[in-house]
Design a protein around this ligand. Structure first.
Ligand code: SAH
Length: 357
């Protein structure tokens, strides 16, 4: 058992089961033993590879999309170009490089910002972006971003925020919690609080006992803050994550360590814990702020943005090995059997009607 695991067992033994969301938050963000506070999860050496780490093409196409959004908004200045949950800072590095080439006016005048909850990762990002060109500002939350148009990207940020699970029982839907058995090992137990009864619970009325349903108030709260900022000050947001476009029941809690999935209780604090992102719920939050929403798969988005053309022009300057690598990266990012279909993208922006006013 990991040190954090032992502490959580003592906590649960002393005061009872904790919600799945609290377990996840402790495993990811515990100041002493949390996954994001202590470990280097990204890249081929780490636990998982993210799209910006697969290829520079990902960040280039995101930059082009942000540029289009900025131009569609009337090229406002001042404006903030931001990334939330930047990991190693690779995506921002590719965005800046691309903007400096395609839109030097924007690149030289924009305020560049990174929103990062982990001080350790913020330091890694500073290193990555040291020679990128512009000055960057780091923010621990989106609350402190400048009150001006915000063009923000995020990759695999929402899945890192805690979520809650409910399980169908004879007593109705109750929150699923983490308890311990006689041997002191973690196990799932039905908790006490009930699923807030709303239209969804109605829809799930006929679900069999044992069915799991997930909600993520923390993710919706983050989306609400970002959407609120864009509704008030203008801008646009583009967010990638794996998940579903329509709400659905099912257990998607998972742990990933060294590119393999493992039991969520196996190594608390040393594995990445995530669940699928409910894009329908996030889209509803953005719409409630009066924003227009566009959701599609990562593969469709990247192909529509010109992934193949970009790969072709990079390939022309490469040798045979380089071309083979680029082709493999394209497949990895966009093929339906790889990241192309499981990963979705959500774009939020002011309604065209509002923008014309
Ligand atoms: N976007 C990167 C990293 C994804 S991992 C990539 O694609 O490679 C999730 C990132 O979000 C980490 O940097 C983590 O520290 C950060 N993070 C988690 N919760 C956050 C929050 N509430 N606000 C800002 N960043 C957060």
């Amino acid at each position: 058992m990991t040190p954090l695991g032992e502490r959580l067992v003592r906590l649960i033994a002393a005061s009872g089961p904790i919600g799945v969301g609290d377990f996840m938050a402790a495993c990811l963000f515990d100041p002493q033993h949390g996954y994001y506070t202590t470990r280097e999860p990204f890249g081929r050496e780490g636990d998982f590879i993210t799209a910006p780490e697969v290829s520079q093409m990902f960040g280039e196409l995101v930059a082009v999309r942000l540029l289009q959004a900025w131009q569609a908004a009337g090229s406002p200045l001042p404006a903030t170009i931001a990334e939330i949950g930047p990991g190693r800072g690779t995506l921002m590095k590719d965005i800046v490089r691309t903007l400096r080439r395609l839109a030097p006016d924007l690149a030289s005048a924009a305020d560049f910002a990174l929103v990062e909850a982990s001080p350790r990762l913020a330091a890694v990002q500073k290193e990555t972006l040291r020679d990128a060109g512009p000055t960057f500002a780091w923010h621990a939350t989106v609350d402190t971003l400048p009150r001006q148009p915000l063009f923000i990207a995020g990759n695999e940020i929402f899945d890192a925020l805690p979520f809650r699970q409910f399980v169908r029982t004879d007593r109705g839907w109750v929150e699923r919690a983490v308890g311990i058995d006689e041997d002191g090992a973690f196990r799932f137990v039905p908790g006490t609080s009930a699923l807030p009864l709303d239209a969804l619970a109605q829809k799930l009325r006929d679900a069999a006992n044992g069915t799991i349903f997930e909600i993520a108030p923390a993710r919706e709260a983050l989306m609400s803050k970002i959407a609120g900022h864009i509704a008030m000050h203008g801008g646009a947001g583009i967010f990638f994550d794996y998940g579903h476009l329509a709400p659905s029941a099912g257990d998607t809690f998972q742990a990933l360590r060294r590119h393999r999935s493992e039991d969520v209780f196996a190594n608390p604090g040393e594995a990445d814990l995530t669940s699928h992102v409910d894009f329908a719920a996030l889209a509803a939050v953005a719409r409630a702020h009066g924003l227009a929403v566009q959701a599609t798969t990562q593969g469709e988005f990247l192909l529509a943005m010109g992934l193949l053309e970009r790969a072709g022009s990079l390939g022309r300057a490469a040798d045979d090995d380089g071309r083979a690598r680029i082709a493999a990266d394209v497949e990895r990012l966009a093929d339906p059997d790889q990241m192309g279909e499981l990963f979705k993208v959500l774009i939020i922006r002011p309604n065209a009607a509002d923008a014309d006013r």
